[in-house]
Design a protein around this ligand. Structure first.
Ligand code: FDA
Length: 389
């Protein structure tokens, strides 16, 4: 094996590390991924019948306020001026999300200004003291009042967690965004947009460097292949972005995750829902939301008589499922501390990315964390001989 560094995982974290090490440090980097495609969960592909770009692992919207990350990503892709907006269907009506002045006025059938709306929500939220609220439902009511909670969060949360919100810890909700204006942008970040040529083209450009080799269909734990844990660790420095519990053979127990099931369909209509994302807040609708991918790229010349939709269903992950969102129970946090301790003692291996740190990371956070890992760990190691832990 002719590599100075092995990177396990070709998601944004792994490829960002690989690119900087190849470019700035002149290292030969071998990136492996057990999947048959590059890019981790941000991977996207053209749906074959329509050519419409679909995000295989759930809709991905890029946004950031991190100037360094924005400069970095713009080296590899241009962005469209797309601005994300979300709607929610509840009890036969359609409302704007996150809850804003339009949502409030529409829901209560009023025409309140910002101060009056704030006073109304405060009065309704006064029913429960936030400090005393120890479950999700009470905490949410103490923040936004019962009517808005019951309409927009109760059913949706129950479907997301397959659990009555009264049985979810209050700590699950720290704040519920309410805007007392008609601003209905979903994200608050300075920069936002979608990659002009799609996510996969962006990720491929990131990997496109003479010092980077990407081997797909290669599992780090498959002892029969050259770049396996047994063959590599201790011999070549490793940046590992797979699940931290798997790395240690689940020695401290498995960390729990939520997963998503997607039901994709091509429909013989030019436009199904008139928006990229529609949430379904009613508990009796089994899915949490529907994505309609054509709306992510209104600038593209997509067919006018067909569209692609994807219904999203949420549940707890079992063995073999894709891990998507950390559940983060108190038991998970205990296990994570134990894994962090093991990881800190694993010489020559750095753990990163959403799976390696058991953290939900948006793309810009994964990229930012990868840039920091290069600055703080890999540059000192390869330039000054500092230990790699
Ligand atoms: P990522 O999971 O992408 O990559 C890890 C890679 O490691 C995978 O390719 C995997 O196959 C590989 N791997 C694991 N074990 C291995 C092994 N044993 N051997 C070899 N390879 C192995 N963010 C955002 O900014 N906007 C958004 O709209 C969304 N939307 C979104 C929706 C959903 C449903 C999810 C779950 C996540 C998002 N995200 C998001 C977050 C985004 O997906 C996330 O930031 C990136 O995937 C993080 O990149 P990583 O490289 O950390 O992990």
């Amino acid at each position: 094996m002719n590599a100075d560094l092995v990177v396990v995982g070709s998601g944004f974290f792994g490829l960002t590390v690989a690119r900087r090490c190849a470019e700035d440090l002149g290292l030969k980097v071998l990136v492996i991924d057990r999947r048959d495609h590059i890019g981790g969960n941000a991977y996207s592909e053209a749906e074959p019948e329509t050519g419409i770009e679909v995000h295989r692992y759930g809709a991905h919207l890029f946004h950031t306020s991190n100037e360094r990350v924005w400069q970095h990503v713009n080296r590899f892709t241009k962005f469209t001026p797309y601005v994300h907006r979300v709607f929610s269907t509840y009890s036969g009506g359609v409302y704007s999300m996150p809850v804003n002045l339009h949502t409030i006025n529409q829901y209560f059938g009023k025409a309140l200004g910002p101060d009056a709306a704030r006073a109304l929500v405060a009065e309704q939220a006064g029913e429960i003291d936030t400090a005393a609220a120890d479950n999700f439902e009470d905490k949410a009511i103490s923040l936004i009042g019962r009517p808005l909670y019951e309409a927009f969060f109760k059913g949706y949360t129950a479907k997301q967690w397959q659990t009555d919100p009264r049985n979810l810890p209050g700590a699950t909700v720290t704040r519920l965004p309410v805007r007392y204006s008609y601003d209905n942008r979903y994200f608050n970040d300075t920069y936002e947009g979608l990659p002009v040529d799609g996510y996969t083209a962006w990720l491929e450009r990131l990997a496109d460097h003479e010092n980077i080799e990407v081997r797909l269909g290669t599992d780090f734990f498959d002892a029969s292949q050259e770049v396996s844990k047994g063959n590599v660790t201790g011999n070549v420095p490793v940046v590992y972005t797979g699940p931290v519990d798997t790395y240690f053979g689940d020695a401290e127990g498995q960390l729990s995750w939520r997963t998503l099931d997607f039901e994709q369909e091509v429909l013989p209509v030019g436009d199904f829902q008139g928006a990229p994302v529609m949430n379904y807040a009613d508990e009796d609708v089994p899915y949490t939301r529907i994505h309609e991918f054509r709306h992510f790229h209104p600038e593209r010349d997509y067919p006018k008589d067909k569209t692609v939709i994807m219904r999203e269903f949420s549940r707890f992950a079992v063995a073999g499922d894709e891990p998507y969102y950390p559940v983060n129970t108190p038991e998970d946090r205990q296990k994570l501390l134990a894994y962090r301790d093991l990881a800190s003692r694993e010489q020559g291996v750095l753990f990163g990315g959403r799976l390696g740190t058991y953290k939900y990371l948006d793309m810009h956070m994964a990229i930012g964390a990868a840039l920091s890992m290069v600055d703080n760990k890999l540059v000192p190691h390869f330039k000054d001989g500092a230990a790699l832990v």
